[in-house]
Each structure stands twice: as C-alpha cells, then as structure tokens.
Design a protein around this ligand. Structure first.
Ligand SMILES: [Zn+2]
Length: 469
C-alpha cells in the first residue's frame, strides 16, 4: 500500500516537472521571440557613385530595425592597403531583460569626411567594405551578419578647362558669352557669375567646345567674381578666369503712387487667380502681399521653368522690340511705392513697359516654343517663350492669349493682345527677358550687332578653329 502510494507520488511529480519545464521553455521562447529574427542589417548610400574625388560628398546609413545594431565597421581598401574608417559597437539588452532588443536601430557614417581625414587618396580603383551585425540570437548568438563591398575608382584629377574667348566687355544687368574647351570627363561646366551659375552648351565643331551665355545680374556687386568652371563625376572642379571689364550701371529710381482706384482694380483680379494670396483685410495690405510674395514666387517659377529650356538656339537673328511701341518703364527701375503719402514698399522693375494702343497685337520677339500661356500672378495673362539655352522672353498684362503651352512660334507671330491684367494700371506690354531665370536687359538682344560680336562670331570662329575675341 505504501509502495503504491510512493509510486503514484513519483508518477505524479515527474509530469508536473516536465510540464513546468515545457511551460518555461515555451513562455521563455514567447517572451524572447523577437531575439530570433533573421533580418540582417541593411546598408544604404545617400547617392549612387562610380568615382570619388579627394573630398567626396558621400554618406551611408546602416540600419537594423529588428534587434538593433551590435557592431559596424567601414573600411577603405586600395591596392594592398586597408584603412579602417569607422568602427563601433553598441551594447545589447542586459541578461535580466533578455527579451528586449538593442537600442541602436541605425547609424549614419559620413564616409566622405572620413576619407578626407584618414586616407591619402591615390588615383585608381578602390573599395569600401562595410560589415555589420545585430543583436539577434541567430548564428549561435552571433547575430545576423551583413558584409558588403562597394567598388569604385578614385579620380583626383579635375577636367581640363581652357577659355578661348578673350575680351569680355559686360554691362551690369546685361549678358555675355564665354567660349571654352573642356575635357570629355566634365559632367557639368559653365560660368559662375557671382551667386548665379550658367551652364554651357556644345558650340559645334570640336565636341569638347562649349559656350556659356551668362548674365551679370543688375543686383550683384560690380566686383562680383566671374569664372568658368568644370566638374567631373567625382566632384573634382577646374576653374578658369577670363579677362573681363564690367561697366556698372546706375538704374533709375521711380516713385509709384498707389491710389484706392488702382488697388480696387488690381487686387481682386490678381487675388481671384492666385490661391496662395490670402485676403489681408485691407486692399493695401493684400496689395503688399502680392507685390512682394507673389512677385518672388513668379520669378522663382520662371527660373524653374527655364530648366526645361531646349539645349540649342531656337532663335534666329535679333530679337524684336514691340513695333511702334513707346517705352514707359526701363529695365531695373528701382520703384518706391507710396500710399497716402508714405513709403510702403520697394521693388525692382525687371523688364520694359511698352505701350502702343489698346489691345495691340503682341508679336513673338523671336522663334521659340511656348513655355507658359496662362494667368501668371503679378503679370496677369502671360506668355513665356523659350528660345533655347536658357533664354526666355516674357509678355505680361495681356488682355487675351492666342497660343498654347508647347506650341512652336516664329518671330512676329501674334501670341496675344496687350491689356492691363495683373498689376497694371493701363494697357501696356510688360516685356521681360531672362537667362536661366536671371533677368537681363533685353536691349542687347534687340541689337543684331551686339549678338554678332558677343555671341555668334565667337561660336563660329571657335568651331572653325580660328582665334576669337
Ligand atoms: Zn512692367
């Protein structure tokens, strides 16, 4: 009896212990389930690259969303050298809180900066080797592993760049053309004029021959630096100066008195077409929003649209000033706006105001493609025409538009009729001229001799291998 009691006790205890063990194992596994995931860390560069220069702009992010990073290293290999650029370890959860994951889910490495600091770059092939592991319990508690090798070429020599044009006489607010030769490895080349960059285009003949039209903006200091530049895919930059003489211009100052009649005419009209402009409660306040904010937005949009400019000249011969027109305002007039005798705003007038008679037919100044044909903020009904290589003309305040976006136009085609839409008191044409979004004085482009001397003769001479001015 005793025996059987003992036996039954023994049978009773063992399954309980087994059950307890299984329960502990299952609950332990359930609690620590996350620690068993099999996703290795990922490596992501901020850009694609085939070649790098001495001080490249390049960074990468190593990420592990699951258990977090445990160890990362980035090394540079070239020939038989291997230089560690970055090495980090990150602690995981403690043994007491084993079911938790690591805290370091991602790390960013500024590879470019580290290369510049830690390695003397030599021209030729090289590799970046990135390895990382996480705090997973996979791989006998060693974590999921990532190992990546990224091959590329160190290129430390800038493109060759030689300016061929020699005498550059430039009017402030005007345009000029530089002709240069650049080696085939250049990805970008052109002219930097103060804060503005103007890309170059093939000049014909020798495929390495380029020309860049650039503007000396009316509102940059007269001693602003001018230089040709070329940059290759690795970021190596060549810079070349060129002889130039800038003629500073003094632009006119004009006072524009604002009266309530004018405000009542223009403000509701512009506002109804421009959702970005909020009613400020008073006409004058809304006008000031339009005159500053909307004006700036319109000019930013012209710069943006200019990026679509065709990479070749679409125009032929001198540009036309509106026939029979009387000049009402000049390019870059400094305008002071007065309301009830007080100064309320200052803006520059970047174009010509030309008037003839009401609803006068407006002709395209030259051949091109319509870039925009729509109501356009302060300019009211507007046509923008792309003439290629960043040259864009603007026709504002039209009463009607006779063309559509994308349409090809020929010099003298009627594109609409003059009017007083947008910020205009009376019927006139606002004619604006832009080079890559930078406003330029159109008078040079109205002058066939200026175009020949400054642009066409240079391009033609260089493409024929002649010495050019
Ligand atoms: Zn105007």
């Amino acid at each position: 009896m005793n025996r059987s009691t003992e036996t039954s006790r023994g049978i009773g205890l063992l399954p309980v212990l087994l059950l307890l063990l299984i329960f502990l194992l299952i609950s332990g596994f359930a609690v620590s389930f996350r620690r068993w995931e099999g996703q290795p860390p990922t490596v992501r560069f901020d850009r694609d690259f085939k070649s790098l220069g001495r001080k490249p702009a390049l960074s990468l992010v190593i990420e592990d969303a699951g258990n977090g990073l445990s160890r990362v290293s980035v090394a540079l290999k070239q020939k038989d050298q291997a230089v560690p650029l970055a090495e980090e370890s990150y602690p995981g959860p403690s043994i007491v809180t084993f079911w938790q994951t690591g805290n370091q889910k991602a790390t960013a490495v500024d590879v470019g900066k580290l290369i510049a600091e830690k390695y003397k770059v030599q021209d030729g092939p090289a590799s970046l080797v990135i390895s990382a592991s996480d705090h997973s319990w996979r791989g006998f508690f060693g974590g999921n592993q990532t190992q990546q090798q990224r091959d590329f070429v160190f290129d430390i020599y800038p493109p060759r760049l030689e300016v061929l044009s020699s005498q550059h006489y430039i009017n402030q607010g005007g345009s000029e053309c530089v002709v240069y030769r650049v080696s085939a490895d250049a990805e970008i080349s052109g002219v930097q004029a103060g804060p503005n960059f103007f890309p170059g285009y093939p000049a014909g003949g020798d495929p390495n021959l380029r020309f860049a039209l650039f503007a000396f903006a009316y509102n940059i200091p007269e001693n602003s630096s001018l230089k040709a530049m070329a940059r290759d895919g690795a970021g190596n930059e060549a810079v070349a100066g060129f002889w130039n003489k800038v003629f500073p211009k003094k632009f006119r100052s004009r006072q524009i008195p604002l009266d309530d009649g004018f405000l009542q005419k223009v403000v509701p009209d512009v506002m109804s077409h421009s959702p970005a402009i909020q009613d400020q409660g008073e006409l004058i306040k809304t006008f000031l929003e339009i005159n500053s904010k909307l004006r700036r937005a319109n000019h930013d949009q012209i710069a943006e649209l200019s990026k679509k400019s065709a990479p070749r000249f679409l125009w032929d011969g001198a540009f036309l000033q509106l026939s029979n027109s009387q000049v009402e305002s000049l390019f870059a007039d400094h305008r002071t706006y007065l309301y009830q005798g007080k100064e309320v705003d200052r803006q520059d007038h970047i174009g010509f105001d030309l008037s003839v008679t009401q609803q006068y037919p407006i002709e395209a100044a030259n051949d091109g493609v319509v870039l925009l044909a729509d109501y356009f903020g302060i300019y009211g009904n507007t046509v923008l025409i792309d003439h290629g290589c960043g040259l864009v003309s603007l026709y504002g305040h039209l009463s009607s538009i006779a063309v559509q976006t994308g349409q090809q136009v020929t010099k003298k085609d009627v594109i609409g009729r003059s009017g007083a839409t947008g910020l205009a008191g009376g019927d006139h044409l606002h004619f604006g001229f832009f080079l890559h979004g930078v406003p330029v004085n159109p008078t040079e482009w109205w002058d066939a001799k200026w175009i020949k001397d400054h642009v066409l003769d240079r391009m033609k001479g260089a493409s024929q291998g002649l010495k050019i001015n």
